[in-house]
Design a protein around this ligand. Structure first.
Ligand SMILES: Nc1ncnc2c1ncn2[C@@H]1O[C@H](COP(=O)(O)OP(=O)(O)OP(=O)(O)O)[C@@H](O)[C@H]1O
Ligand SMILES: [Mg+2]
Length: 339
């Protein structure tokens, strides 16, 4: 049976390594995932589109796959925008409330007031996330935040938590405290850089580097239980070589360390390093690399866990990976907008 088109919520995550489409249908108070499509992403560098035709092709393929699985036709999506060209900043708006009661129009006016900030000519405001509404100096009236909805618990966001999404080409950092977002930053580094280091270090094609990273890689050589020897194909038709797994991990470690250290530095710069008592939650495909949470615990000196998309039903098993957090988050954002 074809699902009712108008009710469907579709999240489109255009990453540097994969395009992911998640189709969901409301089911009472919850949301069921009914389809998912992923396709290798082409045409993006560091989260920025450099070849539009290639990107469009990747999106079409992922959309088709998701439509087939969900038996539906996709006509609109909630898409995420990220990358090194996106900046977030905080701004305030103040308005007077005419009647004794706050009307929806007042909320809109205060957001418009906050939006009226001067930004450079080559930039535009694409999204406004209300953090907090203060009435008569009474704070604590909050709008639910949709973005990290997929993986963060409400109490974590209240207490203070740092979400780090380590993707293929970028790493996104977000700090939540008192229930709302306090800081975001994007680093132009991710799992693809780790693979590239392996390709260069072991003189093997990039695809092979990806494969050995996922199969044998550990974030730091000291987390390795026992050392084995692995066979790595060479380039230019040479014979495969035997390499110690320890060597592989020694190539991986400096890059993962660099990514996590830069993420921490972005918190230190904002004076937020002591404001995350709930610790760090890791998402993105690269957080599935063995030992990444352990290395992050050493660097951040705080508890670290992997964020698995929750709060959805249906085919949730298919999206139970940290690489689907953004896609599921977009679906949840879409659902919160529909209400
Ligand atoms: N099991 C695994 N072990 C190690 N690394 C993995 C694993 N699965 C995926 N990765 C790595 O995760 C990265 C892709 O992550 P993800 O799918 O979150 O990226 P993306 O959303 O396409 O990119 P970005 O968010 O940077 O635009 C790749 O570098 C890939 O090698
Ligand atoms: Mg991503």
């Amino acid at each position: 049976m074809m699902a009712k088109k108008e009710d469907l919520i579709v999240g489109l995550d255009i990453g540097t390594t994969k395009v992911c489409v998640i189709v969901a249908a409301p089911n009472g108070d919850s949301i069921d995932i009914i389809g998912i499509g992923t396709h290798p992403s082409r045409g993006l560098r560091k989260g920025v589109v450099v070849d539009i035709d290639a990107t469009v092709h990747s999106i079409k393929q992922a959309v088709e796959e998701a439509e087939l699985m969900a038996d539906c036709e996709i006509s609109s999506v909630y898409a995420g925008i990220a990358g090194s060209h996106i900046r977030a900043f905080n701004s305030h708006g103040v308005v007077a409330v005419k009647d004794r009661e706050v009307a929806p129009g007042d909320v809109k006016r205060v957001i418009d007031a906050a939006k009226a900030v001067s930004i450079p000519m080559d930039r535009e405001v694409i999204h406004v996330i209300p953090q907090e509404f203060i009435i008569d100096d009474q704070d604590g009236i909050r709008e639910p935040l949709a973005s990290a909805e997929a993986c963060l618990a409400e109490d974590e966001r209240d207490l203070g938590v740092c979400l780090i999404d380590i993707g293929g080409g970028t790493t996104d950092v977000a700090v939540y405290s008192e229930g709302s977002i306090k800081h975001t930053s994007v680093l132009g580094l991710g799992g693809a850089h780790v693979s590239n280091d392996i390709a260069v270090g072991l003189r093997t094609p990039f695809e092979e580097a990806e494969r050995v990273k996922k199969k044998f890689g550990v974030a730091a050589a000291r987390f390795l239980g026992s050392d084995d020897v692995i066979s790595v194909p060479s380039v230019g038709g040479r014979r495969p070589r035997e390499v110690s797994r320890k060597l592989l991990c020694e190539i991986i470690e400096p890059r993962v360390d660099e990514i996590l250290t830069l993420a921490r530095q972005s918190l230190v710069k904002e004076g937020l390093e002591d404001q995350i008592p709930s610790g760090v939650v890791l998402t993105g495909g690269c957080s599935a690399l063995e030992g990444v949470p352990d290395l992050a615990e050493e660097i951040f000196e705080t508890p670290v866990r992997i964020g698995i998309p929750c709060r959805v039903g249906g085919l949730q098993d298919v999206v139970r990976g940290p690489m689907y957090a953004t896609g599921v988050g977009l679906v949840l954002f879409g659902a919160s907008q529909d209400r």
